[in-house]
Design a protein around this ligand. Structure first.
Ligand SMILES: [Zn+2]
Length: 351
């Protein structure tokens, strides 16, 4: 089965979906509405500002596209509709998938778009807004899953930007109450400065507590930082690592990943777009694509599209690219099945 096991909702809003939602919800922000001609911008026009034009090592080019798309987060209902469309579009590219939602950033953005100073919102009230958002996204998922008959899981991501500990803690409490709706936790986001993949101690503590309810953890690492970032991430005992491709520079790290049975969620198209220079160095180091090197080192690998709408890619291309690079597709499918077993809810026994 070809499941997309690393995909973000915020990077899955296509220009078509954004154009439709902007018009349906009357979003008059100049990003979506052309005041001069008094018309909503069509998808083709949105593509110019919401999709990366080409590879760039500057992550800001990518984030600027994400931030523009987020301007459509004007209400819970609008987000629910964007989510429904994103789930349906994802289903067209694969047999099933796991969608990551950055619940904190989505809630914060919604408040900002509604001109509410989110830091002044009581953490408990903030968490209630997050709950409403989560339930709306789950409902959108259920509609899309029924319509397509494809399995869809939701993972909740915590950004390492970690803007407010009280707000994160309150959100974590609410999330624990919805453990059945979520297949796992994720740590994502990069920060400026010498260490772009830090793990704040307080965030680690929040995750430790929450994992009593939601055990499966994935962490983005070894994408913008090197193999040492992967090594320290392993201390958290995650089940999988997002990207982690820069582990191929270290035999020790590869051996540890293999012996611990950690899955690496490899996103070849995303690497090509977001870390083109690092990718070239990795390819030169081993004389092959990172995915191939990882498989040769007996590291379990699955494929993900990451942010296909923003990157202008498609999950089907990931398999094509993996095959062209010389990856063992049979092994890949086995590892996808293994990982899916870990995160998909066990089928309910019939009485
Ligand atoms: Zn990612």
């Amino acid at each position: 089965m070809r499941f997309d096991l690393h995909r973000h909702l915020e990077g899955s809003h296509s220009p078509q979906a954004l154009a439709a939602v902007a018009e349906n919800f009357g979003i008059l922000h100049p990003v979506f509405f052309d005041p001069e001609h008094r018309r909503f911008r069509p998808a083709a026009e949105l593509r110019e500002t919401m999709v990366m034009p080409g590879p760039s090592d500057d992550a800001q080019v990518f984030y600027a596209c994400i931030q523009r798309a987020r301007l459509a987060y004007v209400s819970e209902v609008a987000i629910g509709e964007l989510a429904r469309r994103a789930f349906l579009e994802a289903a067209r590219e694969c047999d099933g998938f796991e969608m990551r939602i950055s619940l904190f950033s989505m809630t914060r953005t919604l408040l900002e778009n509604q001109k509410v100073a989110w830091r002044e919102v009581d953490p408990a009230d903030f968490a209630e807004r997050a709950r409403t958002l989560l339930l709306g996204i789950v409902a959108a998922r259920d509609v899309a899953a029924r319509e397509t008959g494809k399995p869809m899981l939701i993972r909740v991501g915590f950004s390492r930007t970690f803007e407010s500990e009280p707000h994160y803690r309150a959100m974590a409490t609410v999330l624990g109450e919805h453990r059945d709706a979520v297949c796992g936790l994720d740590v994502l986001g990069i920060v400026p400065g010498p260490d772009r993949e830090p793990m704040p101690a307080a965030l680690r503590d929040i995750l430790d507590g929450l994992r009593h309810h939601i055990a499966d953890l994935t962490v983005h690492a070894g994408e913008f930082e090197d193999f040492r970032s992967v090594m320290r991430t392993l201390e958290l005992k995650p089940q999988a690592i997002g990207h982690g491709v820069r582990a191929v520079h270290s035999d020790e790290t590869l051996a540890k990943l293999a012996s611990d049975g950690i899955t690496l969620e490899v996103c070849p198209c995303s690497n090509r777009m977001l870390i083109p220079t690092s990718l070239k160095a990795l390819e030169q180091h081993r004389g092959c694509a990172p995915l191939v090197a990882l498989q040769r080192a007996n590291v379990h690998c699955v494929l993900g599209s990451d942010d296909p709408a923003t990157l202008g890619t498609n999950f089907a291309d990931e398999w094509t690219r993996a095959g062209e690079a010389g990856a063992n597709l049979e092994l890949l499918e086995q590892d996808v099945a293994r990982r899916w077993q870990q995160i998909a809810p066990a089928p309910r026994k019939k009485r």
